[in-house]
Design a protein around this ligand. Structure first.
Ligand code: ADE
Length: 356
């Protein structure tokens, strides 16, 4: 069953719990809050319909509220069948009037039917976390291509897939790669994933990390962050690729933990069906770091609303001015002041005649 409109009657308590948690998260999202205040006055997204396929968390709720405050009509579905926080979904529907098509633990069919329901608003923009909306719009729902201004993409994997589409000339609208912003991947991918993945592993397994052999498959910003945190907790960390080998039998030993027995008697525990354990068993990255990621989403949506029609059908990095503005707002909110160059320093940098 999709949530959408009409869901709200029975789940008053669930929605109230969601609202409290969303408010709690927003306290740690000063950059997004300040963008929301400006959006509420200037309405840069007036008349824009946005379909968002993101993890339905408290932080995503904060982003959805900001987009709505900016004048957009927002429709939301999950970017992973296990990552939805049901109280948040209920709250968005009941208190914010946002259509949410997501249920934690939904199966593959429901997941895709929810994507279709989310797209039914006939969006001008897509917001993806893994390129699922772009993929469906380019394959099964091409009728939505006509009104599309542009889209954004949150993840490394999504950006790689979309850039490949751009290079092959099959991408039919411009995409802003939010993942590529420095204020996104240096913080979200490295520190957010590092912390939230360990959080998910600990909640799912309750195992001691110290002394364990911790294998990280892949060494991008996410892998590096996780390796750093696991090492910090005393694990022996190896970086490699996975090969789960022969599965003899499977049983669920705890929520989000499935056991595969190997022939030699050892067991491999697969967490959250091999999906995102940080969002399935824990709550995803902390609000403080999602603040900058979703500030990039909000400002990229504003940028697309202004300039999308003049852009080519390819993947763009987030404009540097947006990245810098987010860094400035974050430092400002944290009370950090940075020095400016003195006139003497500026003169020296602009010259080549003087020695040190
Ligand atoms: N991706 C990782 N953590 C997230 C969060 N808290 N909310 C939305 N998307 C996320």
């Amino acid at each position: 069953m999709g949530r959408g409109n009409g869901y709200d009657v029975k789940d008053i308590k669930l929605a109230a719990a969601g609202r409290n948690r969303i408010e709690w998260a927003k306290k740690d999202m000063p950059v997004l809050r300040s963008i929301g205040e400006r959006f509420a006055k200037e309405k840069p997204l007036k008349g824009i319909r946005i379909a968002a396929c993101l993890h339905v968390t408290t932080e995503t709720a904060a982003l959805a509220q900001v987009l709505s405050a900016g004048g957009a009509k927002v429709s939301l579905c999950a970017s992973n069948p296990l990552s939805t926080q049901d109280d948040v979904a209920a709250s968005l529907v009941r208190h914010d009037g946002i259509g949410v098509f997501a249920i934690k633990g939904e199966n593959r069919n429901t997941y895709y039917s929810h994507i279709l329901k989310c797209l039914a608003i006939a969006p001008h923009m897509t917001m993806d976390d893994g390129a699922d909306l772009v993929s469906v719009v380019h394959t099964k729902k091409k009728e939505y291509l006509k009104g599309m201004i542009g889209g954004t993409e949150e993840t490394t994997t999504g950006v790689i897939r979309l850039a490949a589409m751009g290079e092959k000339g099959v991408l039919r609208y411009p995409i802003v790669a939010v993942n590529e912003a420095k204020t996104k991947h240096f913080f979200d991918n490295r520190y957010g994933t590092g912390q939230s993945t360990l959080d998910g592993i600990l909640r799912a397994t309750n195992r001691l990390i110290a002394g364990s052999c911790f294998v990280v498959a892949g060494y991008g910003w996410c892998g590096r962050g996780l390796a750093m945190r696991a090492k910090g907790m005393g694990a022996r960390v190896l970086v490699t690729e996975t090969d789960p080998r022969i599965a003899k039998s499977v049983r669920t030993v705890r929520p989000f933990v499935e056991e595969y027995l190997l022939r030699d008697g050892r067991a491999i525990h697969i967490l959250a069906e091999g999906r995102l354990i940080n969002l399935a068993a824990a709550e995803g990255h902390p609000s403080n770091v999602m603040d900058m990621s979703f500030a990039n989403q909000a400002l990229s949506a504003e940028y697309l609303a202004r300039h999308g029609k003049t852009l080519e059908k390819k993947v763009y990095t987030v404009p540097d001015a947006i990245d810098r503005e987010i860094a400035r707002l974050k430092l400002n909110a944290t009370g950090v002041r940075i020095d400016r160059l003195t006139p003497e320093q500026k003169k020296y940098l602009a010259s080549w005649e003087m020695g040190t």
